[in-house]
Ligand binder design. Sequence first.
Ligand code: SAM
Ligand code: GLN
Length: 281
Amino acid sequence: MEEPLGEREWNEARREAELLLQYTLRVDRAWLFAHADDEVAAVLAGQFRCHVSRRAEGEPIAYITGRREFFGLDLVVTPDVLVPRAETELLVEAALERIAHDARARIADLGTGSGAIALALAHERAHARVLATDASAAALAVARANAQRLALGNVEFAQGEWCAALGAGVFDLIVSNPPYIALGDAHLEQGDLRFEPALALSSGADGLDAIRIIARDARRHLAPGGWLLFEHGWDQGAAARGILAALGYAEVATLADLEGRDRVSQARHEDARVMLEQASQ
Ligand code: SAM
Ligand code: GLN
């Protein structure tokens, strides 16, 4: 017999069922509660059951509804992109702390997927110019469509491997949520991850291959005093700092998420005399 659901799981299942019902009926949550006793047409009930069984098979709810909210933005997501995670909002917040509201900062987001990070930054910093890159053309198409839907005109797109996609570009801030799960990690065979692109999830035997390449190459694309910020696994903080320090970056540090777990590491181009705000005037 399966374990009975705990309170947290029960609440989560209920919330997801509500989301799927909202999606099926094309209504918002308030409508759902105001019409809790209404009958549902048989065809819609059938569609709802179909959505529920897909979810029960493990498919991420965002792939079923085609939507996910990130940093207040309503994003389209498809199986070509990672489902944006709530924990990645920490990377966006850390990036925003380094860009003045009116700065004409140059920003690059490596491995943009749905565009989540790039579009959140472009939305919050209207004077910044953001370059969103990905090796996957299919992912980039989703990101581009999201920028269009959200009418964000200060984002550009480039396809290519990590910093190669930047051409000769120089940036005040380079951000990335790269793949960082170790190949062979059991989590890849569990839950939502089974449905997400392998290219978005795993990176070498210890999960750090992408981070090593990004850290090595980003220096050539950072303005003096510019910042590199990237997300990583909760147990990769020390390794990430080691990689950054060995490359000669300054101000190497790791930021923890709300649960106190290492989540984002930062580093600054060694010549920090020119402040980001000045560099971007
Ligand atoms: N930035 C999005 C987010 O936070 O939701 C997606 C992050 S996902 C973890 C990593 C992204 O890196 C994927 O979109 C994947 O296609 C891209 N990627 C993987 N290998 C890459 C490479 N060699 N060069 C550029 N992008 C790559
Ligand atoms: N944060 C994702 C997870 O562990 C992994 C995404 C990534 O590798 N960047 O579910």
